[in-house]
Write a protein that binds this ligand. Structure first.
Ligand SMILES: *Cc1c(COP(=O)(O)O)cnc(C)c1O
Length: 755
């Protein structure tokens, strides 16, 4: 028994019934922290450090209660005092420690690593204000510091601290831990977040996210991905990365020695997975620590490093592959620049004729992915297609050198958060029909036996309907947005990027708007919901947001169109918003330009919650399509081979598509009088010219096929029996995308931890 009532009396000298939600949140936080202390720390010899610049963990209250098996009990006790756990959850601030899929993956992985009983911690930075809080003003994105670190919170200050030797000064770190609780699991892990006591919000200019980028002691952990459009911004990112990895490496060495390692046997004690290249400086840092601090000879230090670091690649977008001028690294940490030069020298000696595999190129630019591949023991992609593209195209030279070190680990999501916590209605129904083994093994395939069961199909319809009502209430309460719960809910939520092609969906909206104006009224009203942030230095992405917000306003003001079509842009998209949006969605928009989305994980969350996917054959969409069969997904668009080829031969000209009579009016509408009356000429016309003349991510190439596919989806929605059958198939086949499966694969092939 929990007896929250007596805890309330003790702590606040009053009844639960009169406690504020904030006070109840505080009680529950203490309760969970006390319970988690009783879970054993995992003491197995070999330990994983999952190092990542981002951990998009979401709110922890519901998830922790669920994983501890306390959720129902707490909910009922609160209800008996007239309190709602859902409302208490609103008192919690979502930690702002990530940006998108890469950070959310790290969070799902921590849940699965711990649930599987493996010894593994996450290591990252404690950004005081996260990426930024997105606010819309005049149909544009604005920036506020995301003040998530209010008290009480989940961080506990640890005793550990390390000296981080930058070139010009040495800083002393502070470590904060967040307990990671597995689902019905006796051992726990931790998320280790390093910070610096001297960092202060005083240097942020009021009402902005601007600050003095050269004041490292005061700015180091203020923001995730600080603006790097100038040299000082670049240097700050190197300061952050080195601070993160020096702490991570020193922590791994200290803990290994505490478990009995004499460092020559470090390979038996430590494995480090680096989540993309942001932590790749950990390679020269291990080499530095083992030699300069622990007196090992260089060759042995390199051998050990090369056998403990494994690399996950997340992108093939050239602009996203990290490169740093050697001079910048020299300025921040000259010792590390020296180690990188030594590591590069070995590669140049071994492969003198292959400049594309050299770590430092002829312009003295350091290629971080090359460093990670040469000096790690494993390189993995995150979906079958992505890994194939890495092997055959982007990293072909490396695959030929190290064929045995490449592998695929298709991403996954934790079903505890994305089904049990976000959609208890569906989750309970699945328990009734399938039993509860799926909570751990992810297997939902037994649901397939109910394909023809109209009662089951009806129930799925009713659950979706209930989730739409909850979303409607949530958006009304928190964003003063009113949606129609009887409409088709069609959702594209993800970072705003041209390759993800939010602009292609916007062109479809223009198409639909024009059709409705002409009297072609959709049978069921349509609500298209967007969410996502654009990087502050990414102009075209801001323009895309502006286009969508302006379209939204235009339609809202048009009485003839408004009843049939609504466009909503949810402000400040994050994990908590996703938890409302995904279970309510009928349609999942996964329309990236083929070959550009490494995997996607949003696609998996929607599938698990019964949305049907409209998809290009990109990333893990390919695997979704294989699993559900072509009749249960709406695929369209050019293949990844076609697109890769077009880039190779520079063979795409948007003009060719623009000049088609189906497409030209849609693109021209961006700068029509109606739009210019509401929107900004600068943003709209810049985007218009970009799409017409450049369209680097080919929004126009698939537009006609996309329009047909969308019409087909909406038409199919009208037959709810067939629709729910498709939905059921999607849920039933989602088991493969459980992060528990992904983590079991990482462990079997890369980590080799004891369970
Ligand atoms: C899952 C998730 C993502 C990743 O979405 P993609 O569609 O795979 O890009 C990004 N942000 C949040 C908050 C998420 O929950």
């Amino acid at each position: 028994m929990i007896h929250l009532e007596s805890k309330a009396q003790e702590e606040f000298q009053k009844s639960l019934a009169t406690c504020t939600n904030q006070e109840i949140y505080q009680l529950l936080l203490q309760l969970i922290q006390n319970r988690s202390k009783h879970l054993a720390k995992n003491h197995s010899k070999r330990k994983l450090y999952y190092v990542s610049a981002e951990f998009l963990i979401g709110k922890l209250l519901t998830n922790n209660l669920l994983n501890l098996g306390l959720y129902e009990e707490v909910k009922e006790e609160l209800a008996s005092y007239g309190k709602s756990l859902l409302e208490v959850e609103e008192a919690e601030q979502e930690p702002s420690l990530g940006n998108g899929g890469l950070g959310r993956l790290a969070a799902c992985f921590l849940d699965s690593i711990t649930t599987l009983g493996l010894n593994g911690d996450g290591v990252g930075l404690n950004y005081h204000f996260g990426l930024f809080q997105q606010v819309f003003e005049n149909n544009k994105q604005n920036y506020q510091p995301d003040e998530w670190l209010s008290e009480p919170n989940w961080l506990t200050k640890s005793e550990r601290s390390f000296e981080i030797p930058f070139g010009k000064f040495t800083l002393t770190s502070t470590l904060y831990d967040i307990e990671v609780i597995g689902y019905h699991q006796e051992t726990r892990n931790q998320l280790r977040l390093f910070d610096l006591e001297s960092v202060t919000s005083d240097i942020i200019e009021e009402g902005t996210i601007h600050f003095d980028k050269t004041n490292i002691k005061e700015n180091l952990t203020l923001f995730l991905y600080p603006d790097d459009s100038d040299r000082n911004g670049n240097l700050l990112r190197i300061y952050q990365q080195y601070f993160m990895v020096s702490n991570a490496a020193q922590l791994a060495l200290a803990e290994a020695m505490e478990r009995g390692s004499h460092l020559h046997d470090l390979i038996d004690y430590v494995v480090v997975q680096i989540n993309d290249t942001h932590p790749a400086f950990i390679i020269p840092e291990f080499a530095r620590l083992l030699t300069a601090v622990h007196g090992m000879d260089f060759e042995e230090a390199v051998y050990i490093t090369r056998n403990i670091v494994a690399f996950t690649n997340h992108t093939i977008l050239a602009e996203a592959l990290e490169k740093w001028p050697l001079g910048d690294i020299q300025e921040v940490v000259p010792e590390i620049a020296g180690v990188i030069e030594k590591l590069d020298k070995k590669i140049k000696e071994e492969f003198p004729q292959q400049p594309h595999v050299h770590i430092i190129d002829k312009n003295n630019i350091v290629h971080m992915a090359r460093l990670a591949i040469h000096y790690g023991f494993s390189t993995n992609g995150v979906s079958k297609l992505h890994t194939e593209i890495l092997k055959e195209n982007e990293l072909k030279d490396f695959y030929e050198i190290y064929p045995d070190e490449f592998s695929n680990k298709t991403n996954g999501i934790t079903f505890r958060r994305w089904l049990m916590a976000a959609n208890p209605e569906l989750s309970c129904f699945l328990d009734e029909k399938n039993g509860t083994a799926w909570h751990k093994n992810g297997d939902l395939s037994a649901l397939l036996t109910y394909q023809e069961d109209t009662e089951v199909l009806n129930k799925l319809y009713n659950i979706k309907r209930e989730k739409k009502e909850q979303l409607k209430n949530h958006l009304e309460r928190t964003q003063a947005i009113s949606i129609n719960e009887n409409s088709i809910i069609d959702v594209q939520i993800k970072r705003i990027h041209e390759y993800k092609r939010q602009q292609m969906l916007a062109l479809y909206i223009i198409h639909k708007y024009m059709a409705i104006k002409k009297g072609q009224i959709p049978q069921t009203p349509i609500t298209i919901i967007y969410g996502g942030k654009a990087a502050s230095a990414y102009t075209i992405a801001q323009d895309i947001i502006h286009l969508i917000l302006t379209l939204s306003e235009l339609i809202e003001k048009d009485e003839a169109v408004r009843p049939h079509l609504q466009v909503v842009f949810v402000e400040d998209y994050n994990v908590s918003e996703a938890e409302y949006l995904i279970p309510a969605a009928d349609i999942s928009e996964q329309i990236s330009l083929a070959s550009k989305e490494a995997s996607g994980t949003g696609n998996m969350k929607f599938m698990l919650n019964g949305a049907l996917t409209i998809a290009t054959l990109d990333g893990a969409n390919v695997e979704i399509a294989e699993l559900v069969g072509e009749e249960n997904i709406y695929t369209f668009g050019r293949s990844s081979e076609d697109i890769v080829y077009l880039y190779e031969v520079d063979g795409y000209d948007p003009r060719y598509y623009y000049e088609k009579e189906t497409i030209q009016p849609l693109v021209d509408f961006i700068v029509s009088d109606e739009m210019l009356q509401l929107g900004s000429e600068e943003n709209l016309s810049r985007l218009y010219h970009d799409i017409k003349n450049k369209d680097y991510f080919m929004a126009l190439i698939d537009l006609e096929e996309f329009i047909s596919a969308k019409e087909k989806v909406y038409e199919d929605y009208e037959n709810q029996v067939i629709w729910q059958k498709k939905s059921l198939t999607n849920i039933a086949k989602a088991g493969f995308f459980s992060a528990d499966r992904t983590i079991a694969d990482y462990n079997a092939d890369i980590w080799h931890l004891e369970d």
